[in-house]
Design a protein. Structure first.
Length: 220
């Protein structure tokens, strides 16, 4: 009589983890997969298209105060179609792994909601003070046209939300590593408004913990 080895034990209701689950797929993570294709297309356009055309496209997508006042919905969407720094940016790598992991746990629509809310709230929180400062005479009118685009705010919110679904050790390791990176950016003081928007977006993601844990059915 032959003995057949039993398959590895897994948590009830869960499938065994596979390495390829780190990457987005059309069926497993349709939101991340589709969004990644768009970002690849815009990044290749930015790399290889006519520089003047690229510059016009980026400025037209900028969530500066002037554009937010004139066409807020259009630029809030358009600004999230670009990766600052292109495909070689750490934000591109972070996008793939973070959003894939988050979408596998809470679904595409909810992942899109977390990302979009982080993008919108952090953008408004960094640009509204600029408009008020210009009105008060503390900043020049040129500040109303400050170039601002990219996925970083939405990504930071997604990192914060995903951290709430990790084991305690992994959770605090991720938050500590990201926190050190953001602190270095703040100390460098190269783009204070954007740099302040990143920790704000991260904290917004942390505020999602009760929701994402409920969505992922993780008791805490």
């Amino acid at each position: 009589m032959s003995v057949v080895a039993a398959p590895p034990a897994t948590t009830a209701g869960q499938r065994p983890w596979r390495p390829w689950q780190l990457f987005p797929t059309p069926t497993g993570t349709p939101f991340t997969f589709s969004y990644a294709l768009v970002l690849i297309a815009t990044s290749l356009f930015a790399d290889y298209a006519d520089p003047a055309t690229v510059s016009d496209a980026l400025r037209g997508s900028s969530t500066d105060v002037a554009h937010l006042t004139d066409s807020p919905l259009l630029v809030l969407v358009a600004s999230a179609l670009w990766i600052a720094g292109g495909l070689a940016s750490p934000y591109a790598v972070g996008f793939v792994f973070v959003l894939t992991a988050l979408e596998r746990r809470i679904g595409g629509l909810r992942t899109a909601g977390v990302f979009l809310l982080g993008h919108v709230v952090a953008t408004l929180a960094t640009e509204i003070p600029v408009g008020l400062s210009v009105l008060a005479g503390h900043l020049p009118d040129s500040s109303l046209h400050r170039l601002d685009y990219g996925i970083s705010f939405g990504l930071m919110a997604s990192v914060g939300a995903l951290a709430g679904l990790l084991t305690p050790w992994a959770r605090w390791a991720v938050l500590a590593a990201v926190g050190v990176m953001l602190l270095q950016d703040l100390l460098a003081f190269t783009d204070p408004l954007t740099n302040w928007g990143h920790p704000l977006a991260l904290l917004l993601g942390v505020a999602f913990w009760p929701l994402v844990r409920r969505w992922a059915r993780i008791p805490r």
